[in-house]
Design a protein around this ligand. Sequence first.
Ligand code: 5GP
Ligand code: ZN
Length: 113
Amino acid sequence: MTDCVFCRIVARQTAADIEYEDEHVMAFKDIYPKAPVHLLIVPKRHIASIAELKDADAEVIGRCFLAARRLGEAKGFGEKGYRISVNTGPEGGQVVYHVHFHFTAGRQRGHGA
Ligand code: 5GP
Ligand code: ZN
């Protein structure tokens, strides 16, 4: 069994509240939400970090943003807006080394630091 928690969620070996899924992408609720809506959008294929992206990953990364748009619309934030953020590497605050896009919504946000 893989030791990557997000690969285990994608394989349904670990439980998660899945909110979106297609052939290439999955989105599920963050276990420790930091906003009224806090989802994690992940490529199903394991990519450790933005720092390890390859040209061949371009399409699946684009599909993560398309999933964000769909989720934003489905949850009623298409007009109000939402935030998408990616932590990368130790000083970028990345804890789980499977690329994930934090989708947060439901409160006013200015520029993050
Ligand atoms: P990072 O700091 O790597 O960008 O964020 C990792 C995120 O994954 C955190 O917000 C954390 O709450 C979330 N997380 C960690 N383990 C699990 C898990 O097992 N299930 C879910 N749903 N979220 C997790
Ligand atoms: Zn993984």
